[in-house]
Design a binder for this molecule. Structure first.
Ligand SMILES: C[S@@+](CC[C@H](N)C(=O)[O-])C[C@H]1O[C@@H](n2cnc3c(N)ncnc32)[C@H](O)[C@@H]1O
Length: 342
């Protein structure tokens, strides 16, 4: 772990593939270290400090890198301060693209003494990127969505009793971020990021009523595997348009067009169910240089090292930085406990 300020990291340019982090929230707790973030007088001051962080992280990100930033709100003069919105607006002004505002929901949280409002039970994970970025939606959907896009709400309860002074986020939160946006491998010679090579599996998700109905119609009408392959070959939801679609080898053959049109006549609107079934992974792209490193995650507010646990579990490299030198021992002891690392 590096003992460093998140705004001034002793790292070379373009060396980190993903930042996953949870900064101190504004005026929530005092970490007792000089130069700590979160003690600014106003929300505007806090937002400016976080923008200094983003500027520094942009420097260390590789060209396909991005940031998953866990932020919560707070109260100021009896009103919600609107911290996440302020960060979003400032980041947009500084040229960042907000790709997702993931809502992290919890069924329980810290006791709240307020008698005239509800206790907060959600936070955000902002996915920010300066430009194009690595993203493995297929791999994520395999694990969390039965192959379909599982959406931008993460229901994850806090882990109990862990280094509560450091306010760690759950390993599961970091795990999701790493699966989504940290490459498995990167070529050390040309920077090529391994991309999943996929093909439609032809399977439908039986949990979806529409998919069940589509399968029923196909069975009743005696549609063959050739019909289903013809639907997939068109790759679009409208068999009429399929007549104009090109395959990799040229115009779709008359036979494929005929079968797709036949299937469309039987399936009607359920035709599309067979065009967006889950994908199957065939392999990974390879630039051929044969010199790769694991994707690398940085947590510049590393605390007890939660992000490091997720990175290790998923075979990624990890760099943790924190202003507080005591975090080193906490993170090291946590990494040695297999139950927590799992
Ligand atoms: C919310 S905690 C991070 C918890 C972490 N996600 C974990 O799993 O334990 C915030 C951390 O930021 C550190 N910190 C505060 N100001 C900092 C700064 N300017 N640069 C780097 N670290 C800082 C604190 O020491 C604390 O460990």
């Amino acid at each position: 772990m590096l003992v460093a300020d998140a705004r001034q990291l002793p790292l070379a340019d373009a060396t980190v593939d993903l930042v996953v982090t949870s900064p101190p929230y504004w005026r929530k707790r005092d970490y007792g270290v000089t130069g700590q973030l979160g003690q600014e007088d106003t929300p505007a001051g806090y937002t400016a400090a976080l923008m200094d962080c983003l500027t520094e992280w942009r420097r260390v990100l590789t060209p396909t890198g991005s940031v998953m930033l866990n932020v919560g709100d707070g109260y100021w003069k009896r009103a919600l301060a609107g911290i996440p919105g302020r960060i979003e607006a400032a980041a947009a002004d500084a040229g960042w693209l907000l790709r997702n505002r993931i809502v992290w929901t919890k069924t329980r949280g810290n006791p709240d003494p307020a008698k005239d409002r509800l206790a907060p039970r959600y936070e955000y994970v902002l996915h920010l990127t300066p430009r194009r970025y690595h993203y493995d939606l297929t791999g994520y959907a395999e694990q969390y969505g039965r192959g379909a896009n599982p959406g931008d709400v993460w229901a994850i309860d806090p882990e109990r009793g862990l280094h509560s002074h450091l306010a760690p986020f759950p390993v599961e939160l970091a795990r999701r971020a790493v699966i989504l946006a940290c490459p498995r491998t990167v070529c050390t010679q040309c920077g090529h990021v391994a991309q999943r090579i996929t093909a439609p599996s032809g399977e439908l998700d039986p949990a979806r009523p529409q998919a069940r109905r589509a399968m029923q119609l196909a069975t009743e009408a005696g549609l063959t595997e050739a019909h289903l392959a013809a639907i997939r070959a068109t790759g679009i939801s409208d068999a009429g348009k399929a007549l104009h679609v090109q395959t990799g080898t040229g115009r779709n053959s008359a036979e494929v067009q005929r079968l797709a049109a036949e299937a469309k006549a039987v399936l009607g609107g359920y035709f599309r169910e067979f065009t967006y079934g889950p994908k199957r992974t065939l392999g990974w792209t390879d630039c051929g240089h044969g010199q790769t490193r694991a994707g690398r995650v940085l947590d510049p507010f590393s605390g007890s090292g939660t992000t490091g646990l997720a990175a290790a579990e998923l075979g990624r490299g990890y760099i943790g930085a924190d202003l507080d030198p005591r975090c080193h021992a906490i993170a090291a002891s946590r990494a040695k406990q297999p139950a927590l690392a799992a």
